[in-house]
Design a protein around this ligand. Structure first.
Ligand code: PMP
Length: 361
């Protein structure tokens, strides 16, 4: 099997053992004579997969099954932008949001349809090149929302606010399981799976059970967190294949030593690239200069001489590197190096960054 260095922001690289397990399960599941794609979601084979994925995710994040529940939903993280306020925000109520980039902007935009949004901190004036450090909770706010990793801009919260006195909600779509974060301080985590947790097609919602109890009942059945919690995410037919892969990714993370080890590896991997960019300040322009806020997952940068951008991408392709083009809204380059991305690939990019300066600097 040929594998190139896939720096894509998502859908993104998956661990090879996970791909192998998934291809086997597509052919035949557990000697059942049926493919994973063919079995009933009410049958015992799928039941075991469903339960295993939930258990592993909680274990990896250091959360207890007594306190937290895992929901597998459709609609991507984008649906969560709306579903969250639908469930927890009334017209005459407000919620606090920290604005850190394109995705928080979308989350804020949706919440405004349902209640009042207090943007309690924003990095907009800094063009989202840092994580705001000063924020306070608005009196009466129903919850406090952050985006743990800003996939487009390349900033990341390395630890989450504590002691807010209101429920903390986190869009962790692009860095769930990436480092040893204080997940237990979050009341509801949501994440589209297709970056660090699996393939597109399932969204993870990991929430404190007691918090979900406080959601409204006056809502369309399918959009109610309570519906999915009560039915163990089997109210409607779940996306069995992505859920299986998410379970396999969580298993792989456990086998690697858990999120503590993942975090150490991610620091080393990202360090190889950031250090090289920083070594050539006259040539490269890393988007995020506040080092503690730099994402371990998405490294955003430019070449000072924009005329060289095309040549950089052509040369990258020659070295079997793909997906380095920056998001269409910001341009430049982005190297997404999620958990499954190998350290050798980061070294290969560092070598290329170095050689490119030698050739063009
Ligand atoms: N939040 C973040 C941080 C993202 O990176 C993305 C992009 N996938 C989304 C939300 C939207 O996710 P989805 O495409 O699953 O709706």
């Amino acid at each position: 099997m040929r594998r190139i260095y896939n720096f894509s922001a998502g859908p993104a690289i998956l661990p090879v053992p996970v791909l192998e397990a998934a291809s086997q399960a597509i052919l035949e599941l557990n000697g059942s004579g049926m493919s994973l794609l063919e079995v009933s979601h009410r049958g015992k084979d799928y039941e075991a997969i469903h339960a295993d994925a939930k258990e592993r995710l909680l274990r990896v994040l250091g959360l207890s099954a007594e306190e937290y529940t895992v929901l597998f939903l459709g609609g991507g993280a984008s649906l969560q932008f709306a579903m969250l306020p639908m469930n927890f925000l009334e017209k005459d109520e407000s919620a606090d949001y920290v604005h850190t980039g394109e995705w928080s902007k979308k989350a804020i935009g949706e919440a405004k349809r349902f209640g009042t949004v207090n943007v309690v901190a924003s990095s907009e004036a800094e063009k989202h090149t840092c994580i705001p450090k000063n924020y306070s909770v608005t009196s009466g706010a129903k919850y406090f929302h952050i985006t743990t990793n800003n996939t487009i801009e390349g900033t990341e919260w390395k630890s989450y606010p504590t002691g807010l006195g209101v429920p903390l909600i986190a869009d962790a779509s692009s860095d769930i399981m990436a480092h040893n974060a204080n997940y237990g301080d979050i009341d509801l985590i949501y994440a589209g799976a297709q970056k660090n947790a699996g393939p597109a097609g399932v969204t993870l919602v990991i929430a404190r059970k007691a918090y979900l109890e406080t959601a409204t009942d006056d809502i369309a059945t399918i959009l109610s967190y309570k519906t999915h919690a009560k039915n163990d995410s089997l109210y409607n037919t779940p996306p069995a294949f992505p859920i299986y892969v998410v379970g396999q990714v969580a298993k792989w993370v456990e086998e690697q030593g858990g999120i503590g080890v993942m975090g150490q590896k991610n620091v080393e991997k990202a360090g190889l690239v950031y250090d090289t960019l920083d070594a050539y300040p006259d040539f490269y322009d890393p988007a995020v200069t506040v080092k503690e806020d730099r994402s371990l997952m998405n490294i955003t940068f430019r070449i000072k001489n924009a005329d060289l951008e095309k040549a950089f991408l052509v040369g990258a392709t020659e070295r079997e590197m793909d997906g380095l083009k920056g998001h269409r809204s910001v341009g430049g380059f982005r190297a997404s190096i999620y958990n499954a991305f190998p350290k050798e690939g980061c070294q290969a990019l560092a070598d290329y960054l170095h050689d490119f300066v030698k050739k063009n600097g």
